[in-house]
Design a protein around this ligand. Sequence first.
Ligand SMILES: Nc1nc2c(ncn2[C@@H]2O[C@H](COP(=O)(O)OP(=O)(O)OP(=O)(O)O)[C@@H](O)[C@H]2O)c(=O)[nH]1
Ligand SMILES: [Mg+2]
Length: 303
Amino acid sequence: MALLDRLRRGLARTRDGLLGPLEAAVRGKGRLDREALDRLEEILIAADVGPDEAAGIAAAVQTRLGGGMADWAAVQAALEEALVDALSGAERVFALPAARPAVLLFVGVNGSGKTTTVAKVAHLLQEDGARVVLAAADTFRAAAIDQLVHLGEAIGAAVVAHRPGADPGAVVHDALEHGRTRGYDAVLVDTAGRLQTKRPLMEELGKVRRVVEKFLGRPPDERLLVVDATVGQNAISQAQLFHDAVGLTGLVVAKLDGTARGGAVVPIHRALGLPILWVGVGEGMDEIEPFRTKDFVRALVRG
Ligand SMILES: Nc1nc2c(ncn2[C@@H]2O[C@H](COP(=O)(O)OP(=O)(O)OP(=O)(O)O)[C@@H](O)[C@H]2O)c(=O)[nH]1
Ligand SMILES: [Mg+2]
């Protein structure tokens, strides 16, 4: 399936919730009047764009249209431009860093989509010809290790895993050694998401970062926060803790297919000032896309 098709299908719930009612209002009157503009703001808030951003985007749409008669196509075009502006700086094209092995650390709260995303990104890198190792550094539950081992088998990637309860730092050390001695291109590290455990999570993540620094002489090349789009803006408050622990370099927004709150990518990006590297639009291993602002906004606004 073509990239845009997958994105369109994935964003259908957000789009339908966002634009159906507005289209009806604009078509009915032939213009974006005050009432329709208020409607636009409400719709953006309902899509979880956030009140401040929603007001700014609605005002930008009004400015672009100049207050005169507007057909639906003109409203769509103005909304598209305003959303692209609101997401300026959100796009960063990912390329594997030159150093080998490159290390990608994935963090995020319980259930956000980390393990699935690790495997999806590994699969993407493999499709580009890279050889990757997955590190099962969520040692908190046996099921978490099994999940990564199974996904590794499914995509044909090596997995380094220890027993449940083992030290995550030791798993990462092993994976790095494996990666270096066997000439792998990248090590992708899956981590735990539980906030209430005997071992404080943030300390554990900080330690994993230090293990990489000690071994390679540099921190993990990417420290990526996986956020669950269905949680919407609540993801922002969690993000700061992870930022403090590992120094985030980017975001992956998972589960965009399962929500009408896909607009949350706007405030999430803006609050954290971090680029969005990929979006997840399904559970399958190929249901991930690099984040491209224009494609994303077009799929959202036009379908
Ligand atoms: N629909 C949909 N489901 C997803 C996506 N990404 C992950 N999931 C599902 O979300 C659930 C949780 O995903 P995991 O990858 O296990 O999340 P996690 O962050 O590793 O969870 P913990 O290890 O328990 O912290 C699983 O059922 C995944 O299949 C996505 O982009 N779309
Ligand atoms: Mg997991």
